[in-house]
Design a binder for this molecule. Structure first.
Ligand code: NDP
Ligand code: 2IT
Length: 449
């Protein structure tokens, strides 16, 4: 039997192995989404005729470049930089930059693919993109990070622009790096324009971009719980990661009365049964801002226990929020969560669940939200930053927070609308279908050259 969307291939896996060999993360993301959208493609001749499937199963453009930069000792290092302009049907490419030694074409293509659907869900006119470098900032000085950002922009500036592609941050790229990247862009081009988001507020940044992803995760979680006449107050929450998404999700959850009992980093997990407080979260942020600092020092500062090399998923809780990285929660961790009676799993990170874990969580009788819906608050506020840069009229934090609430509410509603089956909501299906419909319609309407 041949795979109906490609007569030359027996299955989607064969198709991807042929078109994108050795890219497991990319295959994982495409296979998941295709499972939900294939019936929609089958029902719409226009989607089939326009070969929408093949056009979404690879990026429109993928740029790879050399980044030579100078260390403090004066030696020259060479890293690889990338920008994946995944799909621009509904707006300029938009998505973060990641600096991490694991960065490769498979990871950036999966992130660009996911971003395309996520951005469509925000309701704002943004296509999907992603980029970054295999540069490892751990152990590097501030001056080295600045020189690396500058060297990276020496090439990236040719490919971006407010109407072309607007990058932002992701793992290891926060406000500091966006500042250096923006400065380099301005020096190279002599243009002050909204070409990056996540900027400092004094040069066009949105009042709430730093908080937006983590806060948005909790607003989404709240919507899911409210649909069951419940809320986050009093719930025990386990969170992975100790970066931007994790700490702002923790902050909002604590503010709403939840007890957050774990955070983690690439070294291990802290378990603090008393729960995090604003002071403890502030300490984590300033501690992790030091290059290469391990979370282990938390235990000396505040007590609790340190679990070297472990993830948080073995700690009993009501709610689990994976907020670190892809494939950080596997099938056996998903089983443990279900055995421990976890009622909700909400993804702050992009594709944090392996395919096995995802399958287990989707088929269980719990609330489970995919990253492309739950973590869309970050890119949504990036979209508001783009508008603010166009009009040159800053919005207040309250205005942005209100807009973020509304966007997360709307994403939740559309997931419910498209994902309800036998009275239960499959948020993954809802998000995949709603994001796909919007992008696919735009692809069809724009024809081909
Ligand atoms: P940060 O760099 O601020 O934090 C990342 C955290 O995850 C750190 O605690 C880091 O630990 C940990 N981590 C990173 N890689 C690994 C790994 N391979 N194994 C274990 N832990 C790891 O990144 P963000 O908080 O911005 O991003 C976290 C996730 O959220 C990513 O999946 C990102 O794509 C996603 N996301 C981010 C958005 C944003 O606005 N920033 C928006 C939407 C999604 P350590 O410090 O030890 O390296
Ligand atoms: O994964 C993501 O949505 C991001 N890293 C944020 C992208 C953005 O352009 O704000």
């Amino acid at each position: 039997m041949t795979f109906s969307l490609s007569p030359k291939h027996d299955s989607l896996e064969d198709y991807l192995a042929d078109r994108a060999p050795n890219q497991p993360e990319f295959h994982q993301a495409v296979v998941e989404v295709m499972g939900d959208i294939k019936p929609i493609i089958d029902q719409h001749a226009a989607f089939k005729d326009a070969n929408v499937f093949a056009r979404l199963a690879e990026p429109e453009r993928m740029i790879s470049f050399q980044v030579p930069w100078q260390t403090d000792e004066g030696t020259i290092e060479v890293n690889r930089g990338y920008r994946v302009q995944y799909n621009g049907a509904i707006g300029p490419y938009k998505g973060g930059l990641r600096f991490h030694p694991s960065v490769n074409p498979s990871i950036l293509k999966f992130l660009g693919f996911e971003q395309t659907f996520k951005n469509a869900l925000t309701g704002l006119p943004m296509g999907g993109g992603k980029g970054g470098s295999d540069f490892n900032p751990k152990g590097r000085s501030e001056a080295e990070i600045m020189r690396f950002c500058s060297a990276f922009m020496q090439e990236l500036h040719r490919h971006i622009g407010p109407d072309i592609d607007v990058p932002a941050g992701d793992i290891n790229v926060g406000g500091r790096e966006i500042g250096y990247l923006f400065g380099a862009y301005r020096r190279i081009t002599n243009r002050f324009q909204g070409v990056l988001t996540g900027k400092g507020q004094s040069f066009g940044g949105s009042a709430m971009r730093t908080q937006a992803t983590g806060f948005g995760v909790i607003y989404f979680l709240n919507q899911m719980l409210e649909a069951h006449d419940d809320g986050v107050e009093g719930k025990r929450v386990i969170i992975s990661g100790a970066g931007n998404v994790a700490t702002y999700a923790a902050q909002k959850a604590v503010e709403l009365g939840a007890r957050v009992i774990t955070l983690s980093d690439s070294n291990g997990t802290i378990h603090d049964p008393d729960g995090l407080s604003q002071d403890k979260i502030d300490w984590v942020r300033s501690h992790k801002a030091q290059s290469g600092a391990s979370l282990e020092a938390y235990v000396d500062a505040f007590g609790g226990t340190w679990h070297s090399g472990d993830t948080p998923w073995g700690v009993e809780a009501d709610i689990a929020l994976p907020c670190a990285t892809q494939n950080e929660l596997d099938g056996s961790a998903a089983k443990t969560l279900l055995k421990n009676g976890t009622m909700a799993v909400v993804e702050g990170a992009n594709m944090p669940c392996t395919a096995d874990a995802k399958q287990a969580l989707r088929s269980a009788d719990i609330l489970y939200a995919p990253g492309k819906a739950a973590n869309a608050g970050g890119v949504a506020v990036s979209g508001l930053e783009i508008s603010q840069n166009r009009t040159r009229r800053p919005e207040t934090a309250d205005e942005v927070d209100e807009a973020l609430h509304q966007i997360m509410f709307d994403i939740h509603s559309v997931c419910v609308e498209e994902g309800t089956r036998d009275g239960a909501v499959d948020y993954t299906k809802g998000a995949n279908i709603a994001g796909f419909r919007k992008v696919a319609d735009a692809i069809v309407m724009q024809g081909v050259g």
